[in-house]
Design a protein around this ligand. Structure first.
Ligand code: CU
Length: 528
């Protein structure tokens, strides 16, 4: 039987009135009205820039729950506690369909922001969920199929910061010493307007790459911090497709103590960090040993990726984007008056968050998803693209089970181990994508995100990764802790262990290069 005829069409697993009404039985601790609006703000000098933005207002909750970032399209920052019951009234006031996805949160299908639940201008979608995640930096952004990239690019993205008792027991930096750093690349035209995909389809195949860096939606990439302060920098790569190789200009190592799904068991020091789109990390910054005269900045170090990102066969003309294989500034730290806080970074942080892969029924034959190209111009997962509520047989899992998923971008899989649990090769024509031949010339990194859960990385195979590229990035990955987004380099596969708990229904997994996602490099998986 041909593979494609085995796709089940799932009509809907949702409550028919999902998102349409305020449930009076849902006793919200936090109630927020969140409007997506069109507006214009002063990002560069003189002429305002047209943007999209989320405007929040607090209906119920502590006043620290909601923080708008003044003078920025980005935001707001929503701060909640684990266990809080949260209602968000999303009102769409932009002239295109939209829906919000709560990136990293463990919520039900109806609360996950599936593209099939987009609402029109003037409509409202009600989210009601309990915060089940542990403390960490989660975020939210639009998820309308085909338009996510442009809506995020124009300014729709905010942080959803969760705290819990475990985290509060540590003396980590709080308040003014707990600082969001949302990194995005943008391009403006001579009238200060945002430029998106000027080269059309070729730009879309690659993914948007800008020519300047914005921090928290602003051109001013500097933070004024207290000399002698100890800081928690919450980094989010909110860029559409760009990954960063982040390092301190001083050559000191980066100290990371949290990832997508919260605190690590212990802090980790790295010479540099690879931060792919959608990933978050907590960076420890102790300024007490700094002298005022010392220049301190976070920089991007060169990655030899340009020939895979617009060079070679892509042949993008008039490309003004910042080259991957160059060094540029990300964030300048300016030191102001000496002020101390008594925060500390302990050697032991969280209790282990590792799922046990021996619990996985398919441990020796991972469920394999191949991220690659179909034909020459279509990004696919196992040869398929997104199609509404459609889910294929090999995308259905059981509630209350643990599985190993192999996310493969042309990695070298040994022959005895290449079938997934359903005996599929994962490719329409039955060929393994082994990183050789024509496909190799069109391989690109894919930052892969799974909705609704936080997985552990148990294996990262790099045998087929170009050696020059691998040597430039190999010390910058964090495979510890719970994560929801991983960076799949060409020639790499990664084995993830995950558990399907609490909610049945359809959820998405996709490439978080937003242009690849919009082209259909996204599929449902169904928990039943
Ligand atoms: Cu991709």
């Amino acid at each position: 039987m041909p593979l494609f005829s085995s796709c089940n069409s799932v009509t809907s697993t949702a409550h028919p009135k999902a998102g349409t009404t305020v449930n009076s039985d849902f006793n919200a601790d936090v109630d927020i009205q969140l409007k997506a609006v069109q507006s214009s703000i002063n990002i560069l000098s003189t002429i305002n820039t047209d943007i999209y933005s989320y405007k929040g207002s607090l209906i119920k909750g502590d006043k620290q729950t909601l923080q708008q970032l003044e003078g920025s399209a980005i935001g707001p920052i929503i701060r909640v506690e684990k266990g809080d019951r949260v209602r968000i009234r999303f009102e769409n006031e932009i002239s295109e369909k939209s829906i919000i996805h709560w990136h990293g949160l463990h919520v039900s299908h109806e609360n996950d922001g599936h593209p099939e639940y987009v609402i029109e201008k003037g409509e409202t979608y009600i989210y009601e969920f309990e915060v089940m995640n542990r403390a960490g930096t989660y975020w939210f952004h639009p998820h309308p199929h085909g338009h996510t990239g442009e809506q995020v690019y124009k300014g729709l993205a905010g942080l959803f910061i969760v705290t819990d008792e475990e985290e509060k027991a540590f003396n980590l930096p709080t308040g003014d010493y707990d600082i969001p750093v949302i990194i995005q690349d943008r391009t403006f035209d001579e009238n200060n307007q945002l430029v998106y995909l000027p080269n059309g389809r070729m730009d879309r195949m690659r993914g948007f790459l800008g020519n300047r860096i914005l921090i928290n939606g602003k051109m001013d990439n500097s933070l004024s911090l207290n000399k002698d302060g100890k800081y928690r920098l919450r980094l989010l790569n909110g860029s559409n497709s760009r990954a960063y190789k982040l390092a301190w200009n001083t050559g000191e190592p980066l100290t990371i103590f949290g990832v997508d799904g919260g605190l690590l068991e212990s802090p980790k020091t790295l010479p540099y960090l690879i931060l792919a789109p959608a990933q978050r990390v907590d960076v420890w910054l102790d300024l007490s040993k700094k002298s005022e005269s010392e220049e301190l900045k976070l920089i991007h170090l060169p990655i030899p990726l340009d020939n895979m990102m617009g060079g070679g066969m892509m042949g993008i003309e008039n490309d003004s984007s910042l080259p991957y294989n160059s060094q540029f500034d990300i964030l300048n730290i300016n030191l102001r008056d000496s002020r101390k806080n008594d925060a500390q970074l302990p050697n032991r942080l969280s209790v282990s968050q590792a799922l046990d892969p021996t619990d996985a029924a398919n441990r020796t034959s991972p469920r394999t998803f191949n991220f690659g190209m179909e034909g020459m111009m279509k990004w696919t997962i196992n040869g398929r693209t997104y199609n509404g509520m459609e889910v294929a047989d090999d995308e259905i899992v059981k509630l209350n089970t643990t599985e190993v998923w192999r996310m493969n971008n042309g990695g070298k899989i040994s022959t005895e181990n290449q079938n997934n649990g359903r005996g599929m090769m994962g490719n329409k024509n039955g060929m393994m994508r082994n990183g050789r031949g024509m496909e190799n010339m069109m391989q690109m990194p894919h930052p892969v995100h799974i909705h609704q859960l936080q997985f552990n990385i148990i294996n990262r195979n790099t045998e087929n990764v170009d050696r020059n590229l691998w040597n430039a990035v190999k010390d910058g990955f964090i495979d510890e802790g719970r994560q929801d987004s991983v960076y799949l380099l060409p020639g790499m596969y990664i084995d993830l262990v995950m558990r399907f708990a609490d909610f049945k229904g359809l959820f998405l997994f996709h490439c978080h290069n937003l242009e690849h996602e919009d082209m259909g490099m996204m599929r449902n998986f169904k928990i039943e």
